[in-house]
Design a protein around this ligand. Sequence first.
Ligand code: NIG
Ligand code: FE
Length: 416
Amino acid sequence: MKILLGPFSQILPLSGLSLKGTLQDEQLTVIEKGGVVISAGRIVAIGPYKALLQEHPDCEVAFIDKPMVLLPGFIDCHTHICYDGTRNRDYAMRIAGKSYLEIARAGGGIWDSVTKTRVADLVTLVENTVARANRHLQEGVTTIEVKSGYGLNFESEVKMLRAIQQASLHTAATLVPTCLAAHMKPRDFSGTEEEYLQWALDELLPVLKAESLADRVDIFIEETAFSTKAALTYLQKAREQGFVATVHADQFSAGGAAVAVAAGALSADHLEASSDHEIDLLAKSDTVAVVLPGASLGLGMHYAPARRLLNAGASVAIASDWNPGSAPMGDLLVQAAVMSAAEKLSTAEVLAALTFRAAPALQLKEAGQLLAGFAADMQAYPTADFRDILYYQGKMKPAKVWKKGELVQSSYDNKG
Ligand code: NIG
Ligand code: FE
């Protein structure tokens, strides 16, 4: 069955734009009074509504009777939404000025979430992940990467990745799992960092592969986590096993982005501490530079240099980093809108960063644009002018969201 949706006040297909470098708003294609034909979860045609009505007389029509702007669904290519427990104590200490070390000494930090997630049962983790994924979906995020990394032993890493796999059966959003066993060396592992990473390579990754639980690995490169040297070896060996790589890079100190590029990682994420050297390396590579304004907001830190990355010619995606510690808010659009005002990003650059520029970070071939043949993952905002979406700084939420052509959210509230 073919359905014609429309007329929309404006459709922004976000197609035909460069994957890398700067974008001006004048480059955006805006289809006024547009329509989209969908069938079997995919886009069949897109263009002026009246022309589509004539070209597709056999269509069922889903009439849009209010002003709306149609965009591709957002792709959040970096989250940690599979976890149990809160870190509100960390947050209260941090905003009151306590240091990282003081918070860790009080039992906070990543290890606190590891402890809470290890004792959670599978069902709880599935429910938590589904609830967060559905919240994202309502807010227009139709594809969500989800990391493990609060297990840090065989049983609990596998439990997290099974929970993500099961959660994907209970939400319409697409979940893309990533193994982040290399989040930190667990406190109960007695060997060196190299020994821990070798354990993951020998004991964990082959099982994840065999059970199709993940084909992506991530590592946190930082003085408090893993060194650049150990990380490069880990990523190279994981790639030999058939995994693709992504990296938590340059969050507090530079070094990780260079490893990501050297290892041929799909993305280098964070980048708050990247200098001109790392920016240049990323710009010359195919590694997507993923900036995470939610972590800057949660930690009270400066943003990653998104403007300089784009000016240098890098591909910049924006993701939420939704996690219980550094980025508890999880509202991708609020974060992107707030960052864009500080970093001076054009609307075109922000919308690109949330859609087709995030797609390669997850190797998605048919998502992030409204184009014939692509998935009908779409969202419509309750306005006639696309500039309202960032103007309201994320407070305006989509009135409708479709995942693979199915309407999964519909309300004309939250107009900003
Ligand atoms: O991306 N930087 C390391 N990992 C997470 C934080 C996770 C946590 O604090 O639980 C991040 O910000
Ligand atoms: Fe993260």
